[in-house]
Design a protein around this ligand. Structure first.
Ligand SMILES: [Zn+2]
Length: 110
């Protein structure tokens, strides 16, 4: 059992313009995750196969997270603009991604 079992997102805000996803967790932590990082963490069959073969998953810089669906009680299914839509993201996996907390992903200007 992990310490964060039972942790769940209370709120998901998908910022299409800045291409980042904001997750408010049930322990009051807010995470900001760039869409590209999410895409590169995709665990669909083809991404897993590539990773196992030793190839890093390289997403286009402008890849977008188009939509989000609940998948069972403990995971999300994410739909990306480059056609990857079978990646399942268990909450624990999402929470473990390297993210920037409250820092705004869109403050770098573009
Ligand atoms: Zn994938």
């Amino acid at each position: 059992m992990s310490l964060i079992a039972g942790l769940r997102p209370l709120e998901l805000r998908n910022h299409a313009d800045g291409r980042w996803l904001e997750i408010e967790w049930s322990d009051a932590v807010t995470a900001v995750i760039p869409h590209r990082l999410l895409r590169e963490a995709c665990r669909c069959a083809s991404c897993l196969a590539a990773t196992r073969a030793g190839n890093a998953v390289a997403a286009p810089a402008d890849v977008r997270l188009d939509s989000i669906e609940a998948y069972g009680p403990n995971a999300l299914r994410l739909f990306f603009s480059d056609g990857h839509d079978r990646g399942l993201f268990p909450f624990e996996y999402l929470r473990a991604l390297p993210v920037r907390g409250r820092e705004r992903a869109d403050s770098t200007g573009k």
